[in-house]
Design a protein around this ligand. Structure first.
Ligand code: SER
Length: 319
């Protein structure tokens, strides 16, 4: 059996931090190369600074290490992307093209490309949004994901590149902080609640969005990448669902542990982005093709977030 060597881009980000650890466990510490523009404190295992817009630097790492799989997580997210639309397009697409080209040229076996609920926009069925529907995103980030999905499909059809993708809902985890997304409130709110503070939400009370707990998001990624090639019938990107809730519902769950916790609302430009996204997604293709099934709902997510964030806060207070 060939030895797998894994390269992760965006490894210091919200998902990358946790995915790196999981892949290290699966493939061995020495066989996983985490890369990012910035380093993470206390990184165990192999780490290299890499700007994925730099094709020469990416190629050098792939060739030097005989990389067999790339998880391409580096991207500018929905809310941050709106501050610099053209730059976001350039960065998200250039990094994508570099990854698929290096994979095609040097025969990388498998590539993972994260897509997002941000691919959806106008003229969709907002509840139980189907896999195949109108894709007119409201953000540059979403546009870059739609383009990436189509290019992924093209690289598979034309060059046989085994590139796989899911459309992640908002990802919630205690291990890391999101950076510049529209679903970030659902992580921030826990940090406030556990610190004994109230939370001012930038989305209004009734903004229902698809969400997923980090553990489920990572497991979905690994299960998709482990699935037999023949099982993958969708080469753009799979709808992936965990649960759906709005800020008011999440606050109620948090109040079960912190009765004094209060949420207030002051919406900003992110409200319009959220309003253009699905409320829930039909992920029956993922369930059928690679047996996807989420484990966490809003109650178990809330309990686990609080359980894991509490000791961290107590430690900070003691110092
Ligand atoms: N969570 C992401 C964002 O809010 C969606 O992919 O931008």
């Amino acid at each position: 059996m060939n030895k797998e060597i894994i390269l992760i881009t965006g490894a210091s980000g919200q998902l990358g931090t946790v995915l790196t650890e999981q892949l290290q466990e699966k493939f061995g510490l020495d066989n996983v190369i985490a890369t990012d523009l910035r380093s993470r404190e206390q990184y165990s295992g192999r780490f290299e600074i890499l700007d994925v817009t730099d094709m020469d630097a990416l190629t050098a790492i792939v060739l030097k290490n005989n990389v067999t799989q790339i998880y391409h997580l580096a991207a500018i997210l929905s809310a941050n992307g709106e501050k610099f639309p053209l730059r976001t397009w350039d960065i998200n697409m250039q990094t994508f093209f570099n990854v698929v080209e290096v994979s095609r040229l040097y025969k990388v076996d498998k590539v993972f490309f994260p897509s997002s609920i941000a691919v959806f926009g106008d003229n969709i069925q907002r509840e139980n949004t189907p896999q195949t529907t109108n894709l007119t995103p409201s953000t540059v980030y979403g546009m870059s994901k739609v383009a990436g999905e189509n290019w992924a499909n093209y690289y598979f059809d034309r060059y046989g590149l085994d590139i796989r993708s899911v459309r992640y809902p908002g990802v919630i985890g205690y291990q890391s902080l999101p950076g510049g997304g529209t679903t970030d409130y659902a992580v921030d709110i826990f940090h406030k609640a556990v610190a004994g503070e109230n939370y001012e939400s930038f989305l209004n009370a009734g903004t229902t969005l698809p969400m997923i707990y980090m553990e489920d998001a990572i497991r979905a990624t690994i299960e998709l990448m482990d699935a037999p090639k023949e099982a993958i019938t969708i080469r753009t990107s799979y709808n992936l669902a965990g649960m759906s809730f709005n800020p008011a519902e999440l606050a109620l769950e948090i109040k079960k542990t912190y009765p004094a916790f209060e949420i207030s609302y002051a919406t900003d430009f992110r409200q319009a982005i959220a309003d253009s996204w699905p409320m829930s997604m039909d992920d029956s293709d993922a369930r059928k093709d690679w047996n996807w099934k989420p484990k966490y709902d809003i109650t178990s997510l809330t309990e686990d977030m609080i359980k894991n964030l509490k000791p961290a806060i107590q430690e900070i207070e003691m110092v």
